[in-house]
Ligand binder design. Structure first.
Ligand SMILES: [Zn+2]
Length: 92
């Protein structure tokens, strides 16, 4: 993931500001609330964020496809919801 333009502050939903050719230790910050971290930590958090997002949308589509099935009851597992400081726009 090298496109840093998409990283947003999860609270303010605005794109983070940082250097254009950013490396792991370069800090990105929210221009509104000052929420900031270095790229390495942000990427780690975004990986968790995307994993959770993918798991949630998989459960939703499973639930939909089993909704009218009398023989299979789909029991979704528990996805631990975390509060994220950073986010990206995802289209799953
Ligand atoms: Zn913010």
């Amino acid at each position: 993931m090298s496109d840093t333009k998409q990283i947003k502050c999860a609270r303010c939903k605005v794109t983070l500001e940082g250097p254009t050719d950013a490396k792991g230790q370069d800090v990105f910050a929210c221009p509104i609330c000052g929420n900031a971290d270095n790229l390495e930590n942000i990427h780690r958090e975004l990986a968790n964020y995307m994993q959770e997002h993918a798991a949630t949308s998989l459960q939703n589509s499973m639930r939909k496809s089993f909704a009218n099935n009398k023989f299979i009851k789909y029991k979704p597992g528990i996805i631990h919801k975390r509060t994220y400081r950073f986010m990206v726009d995802l289209d799953f």
